[in-house]
Design a protein around this ligand. Structure first.
Ligand code: URA
Length: 335
């Protein structure tokens, strides 16, 4: 660990948190015996293990980069209100976990008409020259719903074609008063079958990432997705949601965020980050990492999608740096 990291108060307190939880701040090498791991912990005092659920061939003992200190000012935790003007749902790229990093945007981004998906629906009213934005009555109602009403609405939702193929809607899981909100892309096969987000291999990795932060699924944490139904291609394989599917579903998540009022949002991957920030689809995740963004008045940190990390083990250290940024942001808000 570098001197710079040791000096960093945010990182120091994360280590204290990890120590207190007995997780051990080290990148655990799977082949090490417990005693060796303990010895390594004493020696290194580095980053915690973000163990992949899948077989992990790599030995990762990398020291994470210093925690950036680009932290937003504290935000008061206010009571949720019926939504004022939530931003128009921005357009979304399709599931892109394996290619969301370097090397430029994936090719499917070219197909997206990002601006068009953000356009309000215009209907003529009265004077034919005058165009008045239509108010979707369902969205207007969503903005006033409490959690049970919202969940019921999602369960019966037919706002896009994803409802045709779903087994279950995947509303979200966790503490409705959570201070941590983790947002993924959309349900996969396992999630569709169980009706709960992140229950497959990527979910196991996410649970370990949370554990490393001292956060547990269901306790002070809420996990949700950009879309509530599983997107599949013609061959029944998982695919990213289309911009229209995202636009149809995003009002539910927007209302969930208003109700939860989390202290920090963590966007898991490109789809979540771009959906929530309404950014140009060509924006690579690498450009979004390392600084604290804002979703409305709430701080938002971007990191890699766990499914991407399962395939790109070398980026786990970057993900840990992102989580340290999220932790220091959280601590700054709490103080
Ligand atoms: N990937 C996601 O983005 N969300 C899930 O719930 C599962 C996998």
């Amino acid at each position: 660990m570098s001197e710079e990291m040791k000096q960093d108060p945010g990182f120091g307190s994360s280590l204290a948190l990890l120590d207190a939880l007995g997780i051990g701040p080290v990148w655990v090498r799977r082949e090490l015996a417990v005693e060796e791991i303990a010895a390594e912990q004493v020696q290194h005092q580095a980053a915690p293990a973000l163990e992949a659920a899948a077989p992990d061939p790599a030995i990762t003992s990398a020291t994470p980069p210093p925690v950036p200190v680009n932290v937003v000012a504290p935000v008061a935790r206010s009571a949720p209100a019926a939504s004022p003007a939530s931003p128009q749902a921005p357009a979304m790229p399709r599931r892109a976990a394996p290619v969301e990093e370097e090397g430029g945007p994936p090719s499917w981004l070219d197909e997206m008409d990002f601006a068009a998906a953000m356009e309000p629906v215009l209907i003529p009213e009265g004077d034919e020259d005058e165009e008045v934005p239509a108010v979707d009555p369902v969205i207007a109602r969503i903005k006033t719903m409490d959690f049970p009403q919202l969940q019921q609405q999602v369960a019966g939702c037919r706002r896009c074609g994803l409802c045709e193929g779903r087994k279950n809607t995947v509303f979200g899981v966790g503490d409705e008063k959570a201070r941590w909100l983790f947002i993924g892309e959309g349900p996969g096969r396992n999630e569709d079958q169980q009706g709960e987000p992140f229950v497959g291999p990527a979910g196991k990795l996410l649970d370990n990432m949370l554990l490393a932060m001292g956060v547990k699924r269901g306790a002070n944490a809420y996990i949700a997705n950009i879309v509530k139904c599983r997107p599949t291609d013609d061959n029944g394989r998982d695919r990213p949601p289309s911009p229209q599917e995202v636009a149809s579903c995003l009002p539910y998540l927007q209302r969930q965020i208003e109700l939860i009022q989390p202290t920090v949002l963590v966007a898991l991957g490109k789809t979540a980050a771009l959906s929530l920030l309404g950014l140009d689809p060509a924006t690579p995740v690498s450009r979004l990492r390392g600084s604290v963004h804002r979703y409305q008045d709430l701080p938002l940190v971007v990191t890699y999608h766990p499914a991407y990390l399962l395939r790109t083990l070398n980026d786990k250290s970057k993900a840990w740096a992102d989580l340290c940024l999220a932790l220091s942001t959280y601590q700054a808000q709490a103080n």
